[in-house]
Design a binder for this molecule. Structure first.
Ligand code: GAR
Length: 207
């Protein structure tokens, strides 16, 4: 399965996909990485692993539609679009170009704490448990059908940084897992509900 990965920053989730592919656990290839920021560290990872990448910046286009058209063009031929820390909201136009073929990783248990700084939102709310979610992207922000989620405890001394780190270690297992399930043809979307054939929902994948 050919992946197109959209990033904006550090790219540790991109790295988790690269590691899964290089270790033979993920039967996929990353055909293109697109960043909306030229200084994204994710691009260093692309160089290191010889993965093709493009920088497509919103400010170089007069409209959101023209910006998205450029990304759509660059993604032609991919089977699945993975938003891995891509910090922009995509329009209905973009989402309709890849129906149920876009997934996103979000650092909360959706539908709690949507949008930016989900980890800080969990801390400010006083949640004892938060987590991360891989979901299909629909027009509702961070709220499409859930493929897989992991619970992560919020500890009394947590800062945004320590909580984000703890959640991230789960993200790095969840995202490759969801991509693998999709690549194996095991994922069916039935309205809001996602059925994963043969998956044990109670456990996280072994590292
Ligand atoms: C991750 O925590 C991801 O869940 C979050 O951004 C971080 C990217 O890290 N995404 C969102 O908040 C999207 N709403 P990374 O660049 O190291 O993968």
């Amino acid at each position: 399965m050919k992946l197109g990965v959209l990033v904006s920053g550090r790219g540790s989730n991109l790295q988790a996909l690269i590691d899964g592919i290089e270790s033979g656990k993920l039967p996929c290839s990353i055909d293109i990485v697109i960043s909306d920021r030229e200084k994204a560290y994710a691009l260093e990872r692309c160089k290191r692993h010889k993965i093709p990448y493009l920088v497509i910046k919103r400010k170089d286009f007069s409209t959101q539609e023209a910006f998205e058209e450029e990304i759509i063009k660059a993604l032609s031929g991919v089977d699945l679009v993975v938003l891995a820390g891509f910090m922009r909201i995509l329009s209905e136009h973009f989402i309709k170009a890849f129906p149920m073929k876009i997934i996103n990783i979000h650092p909360s248990l959706t539908p709690a704490f949507l949008g930016k700084s989900a980890q800080r939102q969990a801390l400010e709310y006083g949640s004892r448990i938060t987590g991360c979610t891989v979901h299909f992207v629909t027009e509702e922000l961070d709220s499409g059908p859930v493929i897989v989620q992991a619970c992560v405890p919020v500890l009394p001394d947590d800062t945004e940084e320590t909580l984000s780190e703890r959640i991230l270690s789960y993200e790095h297992r969840l995202l490759p897992q969801a991509v693998r399930w999709i690549s194996e043809g095991r994922v069916k979307v039935m309205g809001r509900k996602v059925v994963v054939h043969g998956a044990n929902y109670g456990t996280l994948p072994a590292n």
